[in-house]
Design a protein. Sequence first.
Length: 327
Amino acid sequence: MSPFSSLLWTYAVGVKVLVYQLVNRCFSLPVFAPQNGKVAIVTGGAKGIGYETAKHLSRLGMHVIIAGNRENQGQECVSRIVKETGNRKVEFMYLDLASIQSVRQFVQRFKAKNLLLHVLVNNAAVMLVPQRNTEEGFEEHFVVNYLGHFVLTHLLLDTLRRSGSYDHHSRIITVSSATHYIAELNLNDLQSRHHYSPHGAYAQSKLALVLFAYQLQHRLAAEGSHVTSNVVDPGVVDTDLYKHTSWLFKLCKWLTSWLFFKTSTQGASTVIYAAVAPDLDGMGGSYYANGQKTKSADISYDEDLQRKLWTQSCDLVGILETHEHAS
């Protein structure tokens, strides 16, 4: 798909979702039982959807770890959440998803705490950034949105397995986007080196997340783990993800967001539902939007493509597939 086509299709999907949000009522979270004693990690938990998710899980009594790459902002959020919820088991831990080394260091620090892990929310993202590579040579959308979360999840799987039980499965929630419906996954160009389009690179990273989450569920189910993997589409939400859009888009958003866009609280509602709803215990491999199980893109169910992406991702970061359950 050409850069211009990617741009057009991305905005077409966005308009479709905005119209849906205008004519349909936003999903309202039910009241959940306390989650005392449970532990959650929320990436990108210092702002937007991640912050609202972290705050709600904290209010339910969970020990919440906000993972992010801005120390001051993270500590401010911790203070705010503790003050609002009265739950002092909230902490910030540094994690830069643009660096696989940082991901590995984060997991080492987390495991040193000897905590269980019941909920992992893969939420952090960048959108429409200019073409640039990290120090490790990865395209930014690809590594921040997808590959960093792939490695993070892989390295935390043993803790998630140990924390889950037959009647209380651990849960992995991966936040994707409706843009995955128009994405093309090119296994020969996962990092968008040819004909770079920020819209295409973003959409591809979000499709990769869906493929990953489904393949992960297949593997977890095959081994009989008490861990589930699901995907959430939060909708079009009024966050600062749009800072790399054009001035015209920003003007339109400023004028119309009150009518068309979800608030961060509304955007987080399905994420929270997938993380704690008792009726979803043991249920994995699904895509949820506006509180409902929904069909994702046809290509996302291609198990051969899921496996190939998984293998290629392992190769990129030096993970030995045959040893993956011993991480």
